[in-house]
Ligand binder design. Structure first.
Ligand code: FAD
Length: 353
């Protein structure tokens, strides 16, 4: 589908959902000569939040923030050195992953600065029909919700619960990133430091068994002040299985609404922003947009199949060795992008969980 606009005319775009993808689009499109963009966010401005653990790789985010005229370093709350991944019940069963660029950052602060000066209506979930009357294109950047696109039948989502907490000085349970993997890789518990005694702790579990029990045990074990409790599912089906990306009319999906989450890590900040970048490049040719998204996130299909095999108990190291090796090679080649040192021995251990 191609959109052609005459010289001097402009395209009216509604960006619905001001998360990481929507905010990036608002920033980049607000300056475009041939576009008039209006954002809509269902949360009222005073309650605007970014429900997420806020971990990412600064090696990639630095460039993306720069495109918005912002300095990513200004938002970093914690520089990771090591990530401990607990794969059993004892320290012997822990993987110590050296980090090289993984940080926790003020995601909401960066979003707010990205959208500064742009036109956004907060506290609004506009009806599709009313937007269609006013806009040439409707971007669905509503993440998990995907309200403006056809419903998906066979998607996989992981329900998550998360607390923002504060520990007294010297009482933090860990001083760096910590993960506890659940059996059969149905999900994991996380503890991500936010600096000054603050942390995000939470869990996502496909089976819904571990979420509350594990998090509540942890909260009881390590006394803290609870600042906020949030939760939402994360979509882990890759873009290939989140088609269609459009409704055949004016709506088009960007970000997690079309499955841009790296399922092995439940990581969606960088992929959603990349997806927004692809949209900017191809917004006048949605077939090209579709192709570029499928290609960019091709490896996500393999990773997703691996997760499915693990969850269903069908993974067999002998039978699926070449798939595991391909995932390892991909991540090894992109250590900076993932912000961590990737080792085959760790991958092997993870595949046995
Ligand atoms: C608990 C949790 C922890 C996570 N931790 C990490 C992490 O540490 N690192 C990482 O990289 N990824 C993480 N992820 C994944 C990551 O947060 C998402 O994949 C990413 O934020 C997706 O960006 P997005 O802009 O596509 O959607 P979102 O960030 O989900 O933004 C969607 C926005 O749309 C708004 N909205 C929804 N429906 C409507 C509507 N009808 N009208 C108007 N507005 C609407 C929402 O309020 C929200 O502001 C986590 C996810 C969860 C659930």
């Amino acid at each position: 589908m191609e959109h052609n606009y005459r010289e001097g005319s402009f395209m009216k775009i509604a960006v619905v959902g001001i998360g990481v993808a929507g905010a990036y689009l608002m920033n980049r499109l607000s300056d475009a000569r041939d576009v008039r963009v209006t954002g809509f966010e269902r949360m009222p401005e005073a309650d605007h939040d970014a429900v997420c653990a806020w971990a990412t790789s600064k090696n990639v985010m630095t460039g993306l923030a720069k495109k918005c005229g912002l300095n990513f370093e200004d938002y970093i709350l914690h520089y990771g050195k090591h990530m401990m991944i607990d794969i059993g019940d004892s320290k012997k069963n822990a993987i110590d992953v050296p980090l090289k660029g993984m940080v926790n950052y003020d995601k909401l602060g960066l979003i707010k600065d990205m959208i500064r000066g742009t036109k956004i209506e907060f506290g609004r979930t506009p009806r599709k029909e009313s937007l269609e009357g006013e806009f040439d294109m409707i971007v669905d950047s509503t993440g998990f919700h995907r309200n403006y696109l056809p419903k998906l039948r066979n998607q996989m989502c992981i329900p998550c619960v998360q607390y923002k907490v504060k520990y007294k000085a010297d009482q933090t349970p860990y001083d760096d990133f910590y993960l506890k993997a659940f059996p059969s890789m149905t999900g994991y518990f996380w503890y991500f430091p936010l600096g000054n005694g603050y942390a995000h702790i939470g869990a996502g579990d496909f089976e819904r068994k571990q979420n509350n029990t594990f998090v509540e045990q942890f909260l009881r074990k390590y006394q803290c002040d609870i600042i906020k409790k949030t939760g939402r599912p994360v979509r882990i089906s890759p873009p290939l299985y989140c088609e269609p990306f459009t409704d055949g009319g004016k709506s088009v999906g960007v970000g997690e609404s079309i499955g841009t989450v790296y399922s092995l890590l439940g990581e969606g900040i960088i992929p959603a922003t990349w997806c927004a970048e692809l949209f900017i490049k191809h917004m006048h040719d949605l077939d090209a947009y579709r192709e570029s998204v499928i290609k960019k996130f091709e490896i996500y299909v393999l990773v997703y199949k691996f997760i499915q095999l693990k969850i269903t108990g069908k993974f067999n190291i002998m039978k699926h060795w070449s798939e595991l090796l391909r995932i390892y090679k991909h991540m090894k080649n992109e250590e900076d992008r993932y912000g961590m040192v990737v080792r085959i021995v760790d991958m092997m251990k993870i595949s046995k969980i």
